[in-house]
Design a protein around this ligand. Structure first.
Ligand code: Z5A
Length: 242
């Protein structure tokens, strides 16, 4: 049984892994690959989810947030809406899955609030931390994989994907509320994620996401095997591969 190092052992029996990083870093791509590997290898249920969203009510809030409905009210109001979505997501999906012993793979979580609304958006870190404390409580990630990529490259990937899919808002297509921010904003985001990794090295691992998808996948597998060996039995522990 996995004993989470950062979560509440009494509450969480599964493993909670979050993916973070800037736009187009490859989180969705790599979550799908890791989920397939874990389903084949770990013998546990795997729950793939995302933020904002992951539960029907949180997905409604996601649509409003990515359409920019809350932007005129400022980063504090946006952080409150991300938090409202997170409360429902934790109660309805994440905590029940962890109690069933599943591995939860979540595309973005609290570090995105710290980076987007906090470091890049200008919201006081003390306010972000207070929100995090009351909203998340003991349900902390066991491992956070930070996919690091130059913002120019990530935005180009996201734009190329958007061009292929056509316009659309709220559903992750087209330039949404955050993709439309300046390059300077995205540069601050990257620095914020790297600073989080430096501050919490036991929870976080930085993955070089500038390589081809197979190389990124191999680095992630190696890191998961090293940090949470119960999830990939027999894979060996050669240390982080970032
Ligand atoms: N947000 C916030 O502000 N505060 C919060 O608390 C939370 C979130 C939780 C969610 O939007 C937005 O909400 C997000 C932060 C904010 N900002 N934005 N925008 P989203 O979920 O729609 O966006 P995203 O999280 O940035 O996801 P994304 O743009 O879909 O990126 P991704 O999942 O990291 O990448 P991907 O979809 O896997 O790949 C993007 C494209 O690149 C795609 O065409 C791939 O085929 C391609 N790709 C993937 N990997 C590679 C490699 N290795 N090489 C080349 N090409 C690749």
């Amino acid at each position: 049984m996995i004993v989470p190092r950062f979560g509440d052992p009494a509450e969480a029996r599964g493993a909670f892994v979050t993916f973070e990083g800037g736009e187009g870093a490859g989180k969705s791509t790599q979550i799908a690959r890791l989920a397939a590997t874990l389903r084949a290898r770990s013998g546990r249920g795997v729950c793939v989810t995302r933020e904002p969203g992951g539960s029907p009510r949180a997905e409604e809030i996601r649509t409003a947030l990515l359409d920019g409905v809350a932007k005129p009210y400022g980063p504090f109001a946006e952080a409150l809406l991300f938090s409202a979505a997170r409360i429902d997501h934790l109660d309805r999906l994440i905590r029940p899955a962890l109690r069933r012993g599943e591995t939860v793979l979540c595309d973005r979580f609290v570090d995105s609030t710290r980076a987007y609304q906090g470091a890049a958006g200008g919201l006081d870190p003390a306010v972000v931390a207070a929100l995090e404390r009351v909203v998340v409580g003991p349900t902390r990630p066991d491992l956070t994989l930070i996919l690091d990529l130059a913002p120019e490259a990530g935005l180009a990937r996201a734009a190329a994907r958007g061009a292929g899919q056509g316009a659309g808002q709220g559903a992750g297509q087209g330039a949404d509320r955050f993709e439309a921010e300046s390059l300077d904003f995205h540069t601050r985001l990257r620095e914020a994620f790297l600073a989080i990794a430096r501050a919490e090295p036991e929870r976080c691992a930085v993955i070089d996401a500038g390589r081809d998808p197979d190389s990124v996948e191999a680095a992630i597998r190696e890191t998961v095997a090293a940090r949470l060996p119960d999830l990939l039995p027999g894979e060996g522990s050669r240390g982080d591969a970032a």
